[in-house]
Every structure is written in C-alpha cells, then in structure tokens.
Design a protein around this ligand. Structure first.
Ligand SMILES: *Cc1c(COP(=O)(O)O)cnc(C)c1O
Length: 445
C-alpha cells in the first residue's frame, strides 16, 4: 500500500478516522495528508472539482444527507472534494481533529466568532493583532452585538483581569503581526481553561511548521492561508481548525453547541458529532448561512503551496535571522524587533515556542521616523512594497501609512506600528541579495 492510501484520504466531508492516522512527520503530512490518486482515473494530483452540486443516489440518500444522517457532498457552499483535501491536510499539520476552509483569513475569524457568540456576548483579544483584525473586532463586530476587550498580551494576567461572565473566548496571535512579539500561549490557555472559555490562536505568522498551538492548550486555530500556508502570494484563503479536545458539557456558555438545533430536527452538535462538533457547526450552520466559501481552484493553489511549507519556512527563518542580525548592526537602524536576537525581550519565549526558527516577519526602527521610513521603501529595488506577508518574495511595508492607517495614534503605537516602524517579510531569495538591497536603500536615506 502506498503512503497515500495510509494517510487518511478524504472520501467525504468529515474529518478522517483518528484511529487510522499514523504518526507521519510534518514534511510527509504536508505532501500527502488528505489526498490519494483519483479512484476512477488514477489521476495522481488532486483534481479541481469545479462543480457546485453532487448527484444523489436516490431520494432517500438525498434526505439523509440533508438531515446530516449520512456524510457526503451536497452543495459546494458547504463542501467540495478539493477543498476537503486542503482541510484535512491543514488539520493534520496542526495536529487537530477537523477544519473548515474559508474565502480568507478574516472569513475564518468570522466563522469562529459567529459559531461561538450570541448577540450581547463578549470576548477578549490581544491588542497586538494584524491591523485588519483590530478593525474587524473593534468596529465591525460591535454591529452584530459582540464586544471585544483588547488587552496588552505580553502579561497573560491582563486576560484574566478583563474576564467577564459574558466572555466566550480569548483570541490572540501566538507570534504577533507585525511586532516580533511572542506570547506565552501555555499560560493564556490556562487562564482560558480556568474560566471555562475557549482559546483561539491565529497561527498565521508561525505556521504549524514552527509552532502547533494545540500542543500548548489552544482549542481552535485560525489561519490566513493567504500567507505562509499558500506561501506564494497568489491566493486568498483561510482556515479554522478544531483541536478535538473541547469539553462543551463543562458549562452552559455555548448553547449553539449544546442545545438542539431546529434546522436539523433538533440534533445537538456537541453530542451528535463529538470531538468534531465545532467543525460541523461552523460548516453546516455558519458557512451554510453566511457563505464565505473557499473555491476549489483556490484550494488547489493552496494545496500546491502547502506541500513545500516545511522547506520554505525553514529558509524564511534562516534568511530572517541573518537579515535581523545585519540590520541590528547598521548605524541608521535604531532597533530591531526580532525574537531570534538576544536583544529581544521575547528571545526566551522564542526558544520555548519556536525552536526551529523565529518566523520571517519582523519590524525595525529607522532613524528619521516617518519620512525616512517612506524614503527607504521607495529606494528598495528587490523588495516589493505591498500589504502582504508570507510570500516567497521579500516584502516591505510602512505600517503607519498603510495597514495600520485606520487606527488611532494610540492604537497604532499599541499595535507596534509607530511612525518609524518598517515591517519586513523576509523571502526565500539568496540572503546576500536581500541584504545588498537593504544596504543600498539605507545608504540613500
Ligand atoms: C493577513 C492576516 C489576517 C487576515 O487574513 P486575510 O486572508 O487577509 O483575510 C489575519 N491574521 C493575520 C495574522 C494576518 O497576517
């Protein structure tokens, strides 16, 4: 039997059988999990199933599918075979039980929130988040009746201090965009657990290659797969992964999981689907009703990307470490915030949580503030100036004038995006060329 047949291929829209999963290494999972040669044609590569719907065997089969009494494909807003392979692959990379892919990272965050929150509910989030997440949580979610308490995440006690009866989850980025901040996820998970609420970790910047939040007590992981998982800057996507260890019965905070659902003849997601109940609810209610679906072509692009995640991530980290060390010695650079540097306050946490490398996205301060920052960016030739990270290509951005523009000055500084801050996403080119480009641009500032 080939590896592919052993590594849990996806035949329907349910997560694979846990007992059949072997303990393969991360590089093997990145290439094989969830896929197998097409049973009809033998096609070795996962086909792009460009279909919206799937023919039923007969009327009884159709009604069983609609009642969730049997698993199978009905309509591609909820499930599609190409997308399923991608979901299973990322779930296994994270060491999770199941996953729901979505049109973007923001859509994955929305699916998580809408599955857990009722109007009037609250949650606590790190204030050191991707700028778009601060806006989503702080400005758009309140319109749905969800309140977010932002806290400084570098002291885990701040999460505890912000806890209220209405809080349903804590949300943080283990490695924060953009500041090179690493959080003590294990401690934050303990606080969440103590209060009977879930911990959701946005693992976009680390990727499962560098860190697996479930191993430190997280309950759900979200990704912008637009970034390192896809890895080539060509496809938008997101994913929401469930650990499989959530005990819904410990309190009555999540009626959507534990109370009968009228739309499905009174079934209860936590009871009927057990350790992948959240995945089923997020898919068969949130994705069904709000519709931010990942399309099969995008899923296929992301599958191509994820195959080389371990190789790319290691190179990204090795290059970033060298660039950070070089910048730290440059006279026009005031500070470098990279957890792989001994000067970083997050050096120790980096050693604990990210032993293989400290990621590829970090910031540094340039002498001369706002004007020097924009001048540097205009002088760079190899680096692309754009609002993305996690591409094979080296990218540069001035957050204060772009991604963090909508925030107030106070929020900007809080999120590590002050006027002198330059953000790099170090690519996988030859590191000598990356450094030479920075060198010539700094010389002109
Ligand atoms: C980009 C990003 C997001 C949002 O993802 P999209 O795919 O752009 O919707 C969320 N979190 C982090 C850390 C990001 O970098």
């Amino acid at each position: 039997m080939s590896v592919r047949n052993n590594i849990d291929s996806v035949d329907s829209n349910v997560p694979g059988d846990e007992s059949k999963k072997k303990q393969y290494g991360m590089s093997t999972i990145a290439i094989h999990a969830g896929s197998r040669p097409d049973p009809t044609t033998g096609a070795h590569e996962t086909p792009i199933y460009n279909t919206t719907a799937y023919a039923f065997e007969d009327s009884e089969h159709a009604s069983e599918l609609f009642n969730l009494q049997t698993f199978g494909y009905v309509y591609s807003r909820m499930t599609n075979p190409t997308v399923s392979v991608f979901e299973e692959r990322v779930a296994q990379l994270e060491g999770g039980r199941g996953a729901v892919a979505s049109a973007s990272g923001h859509a994955a965050q929305f699916l998580a929130a809408v599955t857990l929150l009722e109007a009037g509910d609250e949650f606590i989030a790190s204030r050191n988040l991707y700028g778009g997440s601060v806006t989503q949580f702080g400005q758009s979610f309140p319109k749905l009746g969800w309140k977010c308490h932002f806290v400084d995440p570098t002291d885990p006690n701040n999460f505890e201090d912000a806890m209220t009866d209405k809080v349903k989850f804590i949300f943080c980025e283990g490695v924060s965009n953009p500041g090179g901040i690493i959080l003590d996820i294990e401690q934050i998970a303990e606080i969440a657990n103590k209060h009977g609420v879930l911990l959701i970790v946005d693992n976009t910047l680390a990727s499962p290659y560098l860190m697996r939040p479930f191993e430190w007590g997280a309950d759900l992981v979200v990704h912008s797969t637009t970034k390192f998982i896809g890895g080539h800057g060509n496809t938008m996507g997101g994913i929401l992964v469930e650990s499989g260890n959530i005990d819904w019965s410990r309190n009555d905070k999540y009626p959507g999981m534990t109370k009968p659902d009228d739309a499905y003849h009174g079934l209860t997601f936590s009871e009927t689907f057990g350790d992948f109940g959240f995945t089923m609810k997020a898919r068969m209610v949130a994705l069904r009703d709000y519709g931010p679906t990942l399309n099969p072509t995008a899923a296929w692009n992301l599958l191509q990307g994820v195959e080389t995640l371990p190789l790319r991530m290691q190179r990204h980290c090795d290059n970033a470490q060298m660039v950070a060390e070089w910048l730290e010695k440059h006279p026009k650079v005031t500070w470098v915030s990279y957890p792989g540097l001994k000067s970083s306050p997050f050096y120790e946490l980096g050693q604990k949580y990210l032993p293989k490398g400290k990621g590829a996205v970090f910031t540094f301060g340039i002498k001369g503030g706002f004007d020097a920052g924009t001048k540097l960016i205009d002088c760079l030739e190899l680096h692309s100036h754009l609002a993305n990270i996690g591409d094979t290509k080296s990218l540069v951005l001035h957050p204060a004038s772009t991604t963090h523009r909508q925030l107030s000055d106070e929020q900007r500084i809080g999120a590590g995006a002050a006027p002198d801050v330059v953000r790099l996403s170090v690519g996988i080119e030859d590191v000598e060329d990356i450094i030479a480009d920075l060198d010539q641009a700094l010389a002109q500032v």
